[in-house]
Design a protein around this ligand. Structure first.
Ligand SMILES: [Zn+2]
Ligand SMILES: [Zn+2]
Ligand SMILES: [Zn+2]
Ligand SMILES: [Zn+2]
Length: 358
């Protein structure tokens, strides 16, 4: 059949649009640079000096770049079109959204961990989208820059090579349903005296679901550093472990942290830590969400193309840019057909696309 009614066409497009919105639910037309340092989804651009850009810039300004999705980062300002983007000597590129004519000032407060090079976890590897291994983001993140960790790396063991068994959780790893937050051993080592005090506090059992030691890698059995006395002491306590541990936090831990902070006397180190060092642990952290995509005209073949499940995020972005640019034109083209409820033939649609290519 070479003809479909506009209604049928629109129905099919709406289905596609719903799917598209699930994948790319946001309207990519606002750069967050002017909002300053906020918690927001960040994409690292390995083509542009490993800067971090906001959701909209990942689509509008870096769709052809080598992007790595980092998910939420705290206190981060979009780097697109700033001096940070060119501080490796590359040519000035404005932000396509802000249309700045000179380099904007970069936020000196932005912090760049290994994630910005596309590397994750203590094993420093790239994210494998096909992995079945659980990865957890550190909710403290002060030392590890909110890094993500493989479950087996949290335990300090090799990845189980046998994936044939249904149970993918490595032995000794807590059930995912039994906790709501994770603090990496990297961050705990940095603030070990605070966490020792927290764990010996009578209310720690309301906050901490699991304390999980990290096994000692066999080639690092000797802790020789003199300044590592605390670590040695913990090592004696926990046979066969590096002395480092991660904490898994109970549901509602933020409210518990807040109450603990409020109840502790002035000058208490835990209170001071929760007030000044990691105040974000005591309340739900607001994450900036770009505005939702307004419902607009019909999707078109480009959108359909972008939806193919096999496409990478990056290819999807590239297609969606083209899609955004062409979408309103197709809506205008289809309006007379829709108003008269007349049929639109495939050749009409094809003609439309042919004129767009010219
Ligand atoms: Zn931006
Ligand atoms: Zn780029
Ligand atoms: Zn931009
Ligand atoms: Zn790892």
């Amino acid at each position: 059949m070479s003809e479909i009614s506009v209604k049928e066409y629109v129905r099919r497009q709406e289905e596609l649009e719903d799917e598209a919105n699930e994948m790319m639910p946001y309207d990519p037309s606002h750069c967050t640079y002017s909002m300053g340092a906020i918690r927001q989804p960040i994409f690292a651009c390995r083509t542009c000096n490993s800067i971090g850009v906001c959701y909209s810039c990942s689509i509008q300004c870096h769709s052809t770049c080598d992007l790595v999705e980092l998910f939420d980062k705290r206190n981060f300002s979009c780097d697109c079109g700033t001096e940070k983007q060119c501080d490796n000597g590359s040519e000035f590129k404005p932000c396509n959204i802000r249309k700045n004519t000179t380099q904007d000032i970069a936020d000196m407060g932005n912090r760049y961990g290994q994630n910005f090079k596309g590397l994750f976890c203590s094993c420093h590897t790239e994210y494998d989208p096909n992995t079945t291994v659980t990865m957890l983001q550190c909710v403290l993140g002060l030392e590890c820059n909110e890094d993500w960790y493989h479950d087996h790396c949290i335990l300090g063991i090799e990845k189980n090579p046998d994936t044939s068994t249904g149970d993918r959780k490595p032995p000794g790893f807590p059930d995912l349903s039994s906790f709501d937050g994770f603090i990496s051993w990297v961050c705990i080592d940095k603030y070990s005296s605070i966490f020792e005090k927290l764990l010996s506090h009578e209310r720690s059992d309301k906050i901490v679901a699991h304390k999980v030691y990290r096994k000692l890698p066999s080639n690092q059995n000797d802790l020789t550093s003199d300044c590592d006395i605390a670590k040695k002491r913990r090592l004696e306590e926990a046979e066969d472990s590096s002395g480092s541990y991660s904490l898994f936090l109970k549901e509602g831990y933020r409210e518990e942290f807040k109450q603990l902070r409020d109840d502790l006397p002035e000058g208490d180190p835990i209170k001071s830590f929760l007030t000044h060092t990691a105040p974000f642990l005591t309340h739900d952290e607001k994450v900036y969400e770009p505005p939702k995509e307004e419902e607009q005209g019909s999707l078109l073949e480009l959108g359909e193309h972008a939806l193919a499940k096999s496409l990478s995020h990056q290819q999807t972005l590239a297609s969606l840019v083209a899609f955004q640019q062409i979408k309103s034109k197709l809506t205008d083209f289809l309006r007379p057909f829709a108003e008269n409820d007349t049929v639109v033939s495939e050749s009409d649609i094809k003609n439309f696309f042919d004129t767009q290519k010219k």
